[in-house]
Design a protein around this ligand. Sequence first.
Ligand code: F6R
Length: 608
Amino acid sequence: MCGIIGYVGDRDAAFILVQGLKRLEYRGYDSAGVATFHDGRIAIRRALGKLSNLENLLREDPISGSVGIGHTRWATHGRPSEQNAHPHRAGRIVVIHNGIIENYLELRAALQSRGRRFSSETDTEVISHLVDECVQDGLDLVAASRKAIAQLQGSFSIVVMHEDCPDRLVAAKSATPIVIGLGDSENFVASDIPAILDHTRKVLFLEDGEMAEISRHEVKVTTFAGEPVVREARTVAWDPVTAQKGGYRHFLLKEIHEQPQAIIDTMRGRLLQEKADVSLDELAAAPWLVNAQRIVLVACGTAWHACLVGKYFLEQITRIPAEVDYGSEFRYRNPVVEPGTVLIVVSQSGETADTLAAVEAARERGAKVLAICNVVDSSIARRADAVVYTHAGPEISVASTKAFTTQLTVFYLLGLYLARRRQLIDHDAAHALITDLVNLPKRIEECLERERAIEKIAKKYGDAKSFLYLGRGINYPIALEGALKLKEISYIHAEGYAAGEMKHGPIALINESLPVVVLLPKDGVYGKTLSNMKEVESRGGRIIVITDAPSPELEDIAWEVIQIPTSNPSLLPLLLTIPLQLLAYYIAVYRGSDVDMPRNLAKSVTVE
Ligand code: F6R
């Protein structure tokens, strides 16, 4: 996610802004920029890549001034480039922005028809033009910002500078955070506390629908409608490291908790509830996908597990035959690619070497490639014929969590999109599934409420030498993912199995010391999985069951029952994932391993 900082005071603004942005580096970014009032005008410096590039630029071409704004960009609309980096100017207005403006295409077209010229591919630039139009109509900075905001749809936080108001900034918040730091004859604004913690601990948070006019000696908060807001300042006790993790002990735990919001961001602007349809504009020029005869899904690690769930779901809803392969296997197996074969690759980083090589192998054989990626303009995204971004925000912890659940969310969107276009699902069925998708973030919150109970279970079983995970059907890949998460971060040997396969081998492992995690949703194979569970019970295995249908019978068989809320059976894989992530996390904490940077692992595997 992007980072925001603003400063109004007497000190060297450019220095304070860059220092603040450095405190936000952990969030990930692809470009950065600052703007200050310099010799009576707003001067902007922007650079692609690391903050050190911006620092070099500022050394070569310095800007003075004691009021300014700074931004680190994580691309969502438009590739990473100097041109797309913030701040964005239009006339006398300069803006930085976090979040997504959903109606920016309409706004951009309207602005262009009124003679406005754009110099970037971003959604942000429409904001600077809208505010500038209002300023040209004679409104002051606050009124102009308010009028422009009224036209925006989506989630955003913005900070605005006006060339005629060199002593103030205006900040506004809708859905993405804004914190104001109160200093002594100086004030700050930021997207996150770490950016300002070196200067003040006295802060004031804006709520959704509020804006602030920030000058040296005063911060005036109002609603978007112009009502005054009285808000007490708070003192934050966090040290800088805790602050970067949003108060969580580890990035992994923070990212697990970010999943409801990440999934909202994945779905944002894509669900058309009234029409019972999905809008994926990025596929408008990809008729080959709707007409696919066969789908091959390729990825590595956790993303490969997402592909397995994707296969179940896509086959069910679109009736297109689908198969799944590892990047490292696909590239060397001389794969069969016939006319009508579409490759779907999934990658958080978009840089995984084996997945990228699979893209090349498929393209050489004439297949069209759709990528599901998190990092915008990554190598895989650039090589694919079409991309659907997950918009999960940067994933810092090495073990993948929110990337996985947002990949599943994209598969749900994609399945519905294809099924509607192939006329395989009627309005009512699609509407029901979309309603369940809309409710999904709330259901995830409910899963996260099991955290304390799962922590206790983790301590009870954390000394085990090995774990077995069982699931069936669309939840079998979730058993694999649960096992992978545990082995990655706790270093305990763990295996995931299709529950029906247990009798063909792994049953030999079961004894009184083996914890067996059983995924038991109330779906079409509930009875079958229950029988498998009984086979484990009769051999003394210590059963931890995760279910949306707890019962006295289960209480008798299982050592532990973790309840999740119920939902459409196709969406249950996502809900079952949450307790497994928490279980792995708390076992790893209990065993004292390096949760965010487990041994031998890298976040992005760019070698074979
Ligand atoms: C597991 C994990 C890895 C990645 C794999 C693919 O927690 O993080 O298994 O899923 O290396 O990475 P991406 O998705 O970046 O291609």
